[in-house]
Design a protein around this ligand. Structure first.
Ligand code: GLA
Length: 384
């Protein structure tokens, strides 16, 4: 199969019988560490994947948007009236309509457009395929309309599309990652003020690889459980009298935990210690001590499994098998209840680790996982 860029162009030609004015790409992401910290005003450290979504786009007259994707047979069209009423455009097209809506809400004169989307980011694997669509379309509309929306302000707008138009209460990590990441770097993001630092993450130089294992586990109640975790964190912050859990220092953790019920205590302990693990990981990477981050990754997983309770058997199996096969660290990445695991491995052990994980799945009767080694890739960009 050709890559997403070629397929987007082919899709544009076949849907509209014309050439696109340009192509804009946005990647999927994995999060190296810092899970469920973003909506607690905390820290995250994602990097962009070499898999991407491409929007071949050309302007069209009037306030009309026509979208064709590999996910549906015929192009879908919507106008200003449908866009301005969240809920009227549904399904995957809502990610596109949500971006148009959020831009219009922010006062931008959004150009009408014809769009053809193709993607190499698997849908439903927790690799931010939705943020990739939002970011690719946003980049296209900003460029074609000459809109005044600098890159650093784009994640908040794309998040608004997802939160208020699509209706998913996510934080700012995914949109920031797919828009702001740089090749060869992880993105150290402070989710409170959205300041970033690009941290060199040179796996090759360290003789290491990151193996991504798609657990292929069906997402079980992911939306409801995600929202429940978020509410529980917000209530805990209120109870502790802080603006967000980010404001609870590790040193004050014991004292804070004493004022909470058992379940909330575990949720808070995850978030507060996870923020610290992000800071510790960044410190090690800054010092080029890449292989030493392994135990932090694994500790993050244990915390998600036991305290935040967002892992599932397939995910835990992948982590345990990777570690047993010699991974330096392994953890679930993303919102949870399915999705992917990442394992930090010696480069020459990557396929052996993948094999052990696959074997462990077979022994438990789970559907075979997909495994792929990845390197940090660039964020959203115009291709041509
Ligand atoms: C999902 C959300 C993000 C973040 C992660 C968990 O990917 O979209 O905002 O909360 O879960 O870290």
């Amino acid at each position: 199969m050709t890559d997403a860029a070629a397929r987007a162009t082919a899709g544009f030609r076949s849907a509209y019988g014309a050439e696109p004015a340009g192509r804009w790409a946005a990647p999927g992401r994995v999060n190296l560490i810092g899970e469920h910290t973003d909506y607690n005003d905390g820290f995250v450290l994602p990097f962009a994947l070499p898999l991407r979504t491409v929007a071949a786009t050309a302007p069209q007259q009037g306030e009309r948007w026509t979208v064709r994707s590999e996910l549906s047979d015929a192009p879908v069209e919507f106008g200003a009236a449908e866009v301005d009423e969240p809920g009227r455009v549904t399904g995957w097209v809502a990610y596109v309509a949500g971006v148009v809506w959020a831009l219009r809400e922010a006062g931008h004169a959004v150009p009408g457009a014809r769009i053809a989307i193709a993607s190499d980011v698997p849908v439903g694997s927790g690799l931010s395929s939705s943020a990739a669509i939002e970011a690719a379309v946003l980049a296209a509309l900003v460029d074609l309309g000459g809109l005044d929306l600098p890159t650093e302000r784009q994640p908040r707008l794309a998040q608004r599309a997802e939160n208020s138009y699509v209706g998913a209460p996510t934080g700012i990590m995914d949109q920031s990652a797919v828009i702001r990441c740089r090749e060869g770097h992880a993105l150290f993001l402070d989710c409170r003020d959205e300041s970033v630092e690009h941290i060199p993450f040179d796996l090759d130089a360290a003789g290491l690889a990151v193996l991504v294992v798609d657990s292929r586990a069906p997402h079980r109640h992911a939306d409801g459980e995600y929202a429940a975790r978020r509410t529980s964190c917000e209530r805990a912050a209120e109870r502790l009298g802080v603006p967000a859990l980010r404001d609870v220092a590790v040193a004050d953790l014991d004292d804070a935990l004493g004022r909470l019920d058992d379940e909330t205590r575990r949720r808070v302990r995850h978030v507060v210690t996870e923020d610290q693990r992000v800071l510790d990981t960044v410190a090690l990477l800054r010092a080029s001590r890449v292989r030493e981050i392994g135990p932090l990754l694994t500790a993050s997983h244990v915390s998600m499994r036991d305290d935040f309770e967002i892992t599932v058997p397939e995910i835990d199996t992948a982590v345990e098998a990777a570690l047993a096969a010699g991974a330096l660290g392994a953890r679930m990445t993303g919102g949870g209840f399915g999705g992917c695991v990442l394992a930090l491995v010696e480069a020459d052990r990557a396929s052996a680790v993948a094999e052990v994980v696959t074997q462990a799945y077979a022994e438990k009767g789970f559907a075979a996982p997909a495994t792929v080694p990845v390197l940090p890739a660039p964020g959203a960009t115009r291709l041509d």
